[in-house]
Structures are given as structure tokens and as C-alpha cells.
Design a protein around this ligand. Structure first.
Ligand SMILES: [Zn+2]
Ligand SMILES: [Zn+2]
Ligand SMILES: [Zn+2]
Length: 254
């Protein structure tokens, strides 16, 4: 299984439009962070978690020509607004590309992409097939098994995903005990770490380190990074052993 971090930046991306801070003007390629998304590929199956505003460029960069399923963590704009750009992949895949999400999230995308769900959409509109998922209930897509896990994002209960020995917990500042129990024996954990100071809906660096220590994966990678953290090279050196910054395009083979 190959996992590619397509995007590792917070909702505005890095660089931020009009910002001249050290992170936004950095020449380190790791400081160019598109909005969060992950591609998971096995020999026969390809799935993506979250479809944000940078989805089209992410698909072109990763040279994806087929997707079997989309999983959504939650309905915030930076995780769903690229759904219309699924069209070339929908037209190519006669079996359809199911969108798996919690019922609240599905209701939200039915409102925001209403034109795709009306009885007679205009020619060329995407046709989304949706599927309700629940935390703790394993889903199988081709030869990939995905376990949705409950995490809390401010006031919003959202989903993280465990796929084999890999787990992806973006947009969270609280992990319920029942989820910690399902994160044993991970090789790779990708987890939200927005910035230095606490935030109402994202882990700070220190909070993320505490969560990683509790989960104790072989290695952990921080995502949903804000420019407020500064250039990657300035904060990566302070991270504990086996915790690393992520970057767009980073691959794991598990
Ligand atoms: Zn987000
Ligand atoms: Zn900046
Ligand atoms: Zn969010």
C-alpha cells in the first residue's frame, strides 16, 4: 500500500495570499502546503481522503487517472469544496466513485452541491453516489479496509481513519478514549498540529506531541500546518524523536 500526503496545509494554505512572513516567503519546498488530502493506493484500489480547493492540482501532480472512492473527514470548506473536480474521474469510472461520509456531512454537501443532486442535473454535472458511514464500522473498498474513527474538532464530532498500520487524524483537538483504544500498533500516524499557541479546534504542537506519546506509533507526522508556525526548518529541530513535519507529496509504503 502506498500513501501520499497530497496536502498538508491549514485552510488558507501556505503561502497565505498577501503574506510576507518567513514561512510564506520561504524557499524550502516543504513550506508550500496545499489544503489537506491523502491518497491511498493498493495494487488494485485507489481512494482519497478529503477533496479540498487544491484537489485538481493534487490529482495532476500525483498523476491519478482512476479513483474508486472518496472519504470525507468533515464538511469544512477546505475538505470538500473540490468535489466538482471529481468530474473527469467520474466520467472515466463506469463503476462510479462513492463518497463515504457521516450523514451530517452528506446532508451538507447535498446542500452545497445542490445542482448535482437535483432530479435532472444539467449535462456535464457530476453525479455523486453517497454512502453513510459510522465511526467504528469498517468499510471495504476493493482490497483496502478503512476504519472510521471518532475525533473531536472544536465542537464538531468528525472522522479520522485507520487503514492497516496507518492512521490519519486531521482537524482535531480532542481524541476520545474509545478512539485511542483503536490506535494500537500503528507504524505511521499523521496528526493535526496547527501552530504553537492553543486553538479552539486544532491541536497545538505541544498537544499533538502529547497525543502522539499516548498513541505511540513507530513514527508520527504533523499536518494541517499554519504559516504561524514559521518555516518548517525552524520548528522541526525541536520535535521529539520519531515525530516529523509532513510535506506535500510525502509518501509512505506500508
Ligand atoms: Zn481543515
Ligand atoms: Zn505568512
Ligand atoms: Zn475543519
Amino acid at each position: 500500500m502506498k500513501i501520499t500526503l497530497l496536502g498538508t496545509g491549514t485552510s488558507q494554505g501556505v503561502p497565505v495570499i498577501g503574506c510576507n512572513c518567513d514561512a510564506c516567503t520561504s524557499v524550502d519546498s516543504r513550506d508550500v502546503r496545499s489544503r489537506c488530502s491523502v491518497l491511498v493506493q493498493s495494487a488494485e484500489t485507489q481512494i482519497v481522503v478529503d477533496v479540498g480547493p487544491d484537489f485538481r492540482n493534487q490529482m495532476l501532480k500525483a498523476k491519478v487517472n482512476k479513483l474508486d472512492a472518496v472519504f470525507l473527514t468533515h464538511e469544512h470548506n477546505d475538505h470538500i469544496i473540490g468535489l466538482d473536480d471529481l468530474r473527469p474521474l467520474l466520467f472515466r469510472n463506469k463503476n462510479g466513485i462513492k463518497i463515504h461520509a457521516e450523514s451530517r456531512v452528506i446532508k451538507d454537501i447535498q446542500k452545497r452541491f445542490e445542482y448535482a443532486f437535483i432530479p435532472q442535473p444539467y449535462p456535464g454535472a457530476p453525479t455523486f453516489v453517497v454512502n453513510n458511514i459510522l465511526d467504528g464500522e469498517m468499510i471495504k473498498v476493493g482490497d483496502i479496509e478503512i476504519l472510521p474513527l471518532r475525533v473531536i474538532h472544536g465542537q464538531l464530532p468528525i472522522l479520522g481513519f485507520r487503514i492497516g498500520d496507518f492512521a490519519y487524524l486531521t482537524d482535531t483537538n480532542q481524541i476520545p478514549d474509545s478512539t485511542f483504544e483503536q490506535l494500537n500498533g500503528l507504524k505511521v500516524l499523521v496528526i493535526d498540529a496547527l501552530r504553537e499557541r492553543p486553538h479552539h479546534s486544532h491541536f497545538s504542537i505541544q498537544e499533538a506531541i502529547e497525543a502522539v506519546n499516548k498513541i505511540s506509533p513507530d513514527s508520527a507526522y504533523f499536518t494541517h500546518i499554519s504559516h504561524l508556525l514559521g518555516p518548517t526548518s525552524t520548528w522541526e529541530k525541536d520535535l521529539p524523536k520519531d515525530i516529523f513535519p509532513s510535506y506535500d507529496g510525502q509518501e509512505f509504503v506500508l
